[in-house]
Design a protein around this ligand. Structure first.
Ligand SMILES: Nc1ncnc2c1ncn2[C@@H]1O[C@H](COP(=O)(O)OP(=O)(O)O)[C@@H](O)[C@H]1O
Ligand SMILES: Cc1cn([C@H]2C[C@H](O)[C@@H](COP(=O)(O)O)O2)c(=O)[nH]c1=O
Length: 226
């Protein structure tokens, strides 16, 4: 039976890489897929991974109807055994419902990939609908790490190097960008709550105001902050 699966994790945990690997593995066994994405950093109609791989994709727009798209393809003699959908957090909720229809009515597997929460720790509407409708939600095994070494569970946005908690939900960007741009950093919940990025932690560790002893609530010096 076909299934709707949501592969989720923070930014930079390998979702797009897994999407490309899944497409490769299915195609290697003679299955035919359609790749969709929306707002990939590499540009329109592209699915790209930080490991350097990229492939062409159908760019998802507001008016794209997944069910109609696939039915049209099949009616024209085309074939689709599975769909790969990257950056699915940016899909509209009714588009996630269309994906569920593709699974249930056309018996086609749909593999979706995306982050669950935004920089304010709020669910993206598309991700919320995926959690509600998916047969399975899979959390990626490769753990992105907070600067403290704990598993990163949340995405922080920085503007000019400073963590912000207000602004538009969607701003396309990347981790490890220069400090005058909008950027992102993955953090554990503790450090997201304290708004403590690698740069803030480094500054605090260097500050002469910080006593060399303290309560058990102190944070360690950043391990990989440069
Ligand atoms: N130079 C590198 N060497 C090995 N692995 C890397 C390198 N650069 C990035 N990666 C891996 O790629 C992952 C990011 O992959 P990507 O598919 O772009 O993530 P996502 O789609 O979740 O944002 C990182 O977590 C890391 O494991
Ligand atoms: C947290 C957060 C992220 N985004 C954007 C930034 C990137 O363009 C994508 C995530 O891509 P990745 O492949 O998972 O790294 O989402 C956003 O628009 N708003 C946010 O709050």
């Amino acid at each position: 039976m076909a299934e709707l699966v949501f592969f989720s994790g923070t930014m930079d945990c390998g979702k797009s890489t897994l999407a490309l690997q899944m497409d490769h593995n299915h195609a290697a066994r003679g299955r035919q897929g359609i790749i969709f994405t929306r707002n990939d950093r590499a540009g329109a109609a592209t699915l790209s991974s930080r490991l350097g791989l990229a492939t062409g994709a159908v760019e998802v727009t507001d008016d794209l109807d997944f069910h109609a798209h696939v039915v049209q393809l099949l009616s024209g003699g085309g074939r689709a055994d599975y769909l790969i959908c990257d950056e699915a957090q940016f899909f509209a909720t009714h588009q996630i419902d269309q994906l569920a229809r593709v699974v249930d009515e056309l018996d086609i597997d749909v593999y979706t990939f995306g982050i669950t929460t935004d920089f304010r720790t709020r669910l993206f509407p598309g991700s919320q609908r995926l959690i509600e409708l998916s047969d399975r939600v899979e959390v990626l095994q490769v753990e992105a790490l907070c600067w403290c070494g704990s598993r990163a569970t949340h995405n922080a946005r920085t503007v000019g190097g400073v963590m912000v908690v207000e602004g538009a939900q969607v701003v396309i960007g990347d981790v490890a960008v220069s400090s005058d741009e909008v950027g992102y950093e993955v953090l554990c919940r503790r450090h997201h709550r304290r708004r403590m990025t690698a740069a803030t932690a480094r500054a605090a560790a260097l500050s002469p105001d910080v006593l060399p002893f303290g309560s058990g609530d102190r944070d360690p010096a950043p391990q990989n902050a440069s």
